[in-house]
Write a protein that binds this ligand. Structure first.
Ligand code: SAM
Length: 288
């Protein structure tokens, strides 16, 4: 028996598709989609329209969040038999708030080559045109649907210096902007990227309080797909520079010891300057 009787495994291509404008599909994506044996798609009916538009007749099979774990084995078997498979989602880059994580993980664990075919991604498109710092950013995905959970998640990154990026459904846009305004402060700059690459594309940058009111006053802004970008936290100057954590430590110590000692110990624990903490401790005593 020759060595070639053992089939080499195929390749799993993770292919980005457009987020609106069909011209955004890459030449490489079209070639790969036309050449693979099978396309694993989030919604086969949706993707069929895209493939028909480009004259691609490759068979499709469903790979969505409800069947991904169960059906993963089926795709893996085809890959292990030497066939190439492409993974696509309804729009943009698979795995980015879209299915594919389990399949890619299983393929890599099985030693199958996984190749990205990059292209459109709403968060990157929004960030590239928002004018907010892009050297460091945090993609926070979708926020919880209920306000309590949403506010708790926002609180976790209130003092994060990176640009924050959220996906949001249009019917929750206003509520989310209101919670962001309340947690991050109405002055914090934010940018709404709506219907990117489509006819009614909007990129509006305003402080959160104004952005909320602007969206509230125009129902057109409450439709379509949207990304919200929020400028990262910046430490205020002067006495206000104390973080909530430094003040929490200071308050705990003030309950146990004299002002001077509490300020010195809080400085050691938090790394904040002693003078600043001492002044804050005096202010707190005056106002209590
Ligand atoms: N995988 C996609 C990507 O690469 O961006 C994201 C899929 S996620 C299920 C869909 C969300 O992405 C939408 O609710 C919206 O927040 C955002 N999105 C997708 N297309 C968009 C567009 N054209 N303009 C603005 N946001 C978009």
């Amino acid at each position: 028996m020759s060595v070639s009787a053992v089939p080499a495994t195929g390749t799993l291509y993770v292919v980005a598709t457009p987020i609106g404008n069909l011209d955004d599909i890459s030449a490489r994506a079209l070639r790969v989609l036309g050449e693979v044996s099978l396309i694993a798609a989030e919604d086969t009916r949706h993707s069929l329209r895209l493939l028909q538009h480009f004259g691609i007749a490759t068979p499709l099979a469903a790979c969505h969040e409800h069947n991904e774990r169960d059906q993963g084995g089926r795709f893996l078997a085809r890959l292990q038999a030497g066939e190439d498979v492409a993974l696509i989602s309804d729009a943009g880059t698979p795995l980015i708030s879209d299915p594919g994580f389990h399949l890619v993980g299983a393929a890599r664990a099985a030693g199958v080559r996984v190749v990205p075919v990059p292209g459109a991604c709403a968060l990157i498109a929004a960030l590239s045109a928002a004018g907010l710092p892009s050297d460091r950013f945090a993609f926070e995905g979708f926020l919880p649907a209920k306000s309590v959970g949403r506010r708790a998640r926002l609180e976790q990154v209130r003092e994060d210096a990176r640009t924050l990026i959220y996906y949001e459904a249009p019917h929750r846009l206003l509520e989310s902007l209101a919670d962001m305004r309340d947690v991050f402060g109405g002055e914090r700059l934010a940018v709404l990227g709506r219907e990117l690459t489509k006819t009614f594309e909007t990129l509006q940058g305003l402080p959160l309080a104004e952005l909320h009111d602007w969206v509230a006053s125009d129902s057109n802004q409450q439709r379509g797909e949207c990304v919200i970008l929020v400028a990262g936290w910046r430490a205020p100057e002067g006495d206000d520079a104390l973080s909530a954590e430094a003040l929490r430590v200071l308050d705990l110590l003030l309950g146990e010891m004299p002002v001077k000692r509490a300020a010195a110990l809080a400085a050691e624990i938090t790394g904040v300057r002693k003078n600043l903490l001492y002044q804050a401790a005096l202010d707190r005593q005056k106002s209590s």
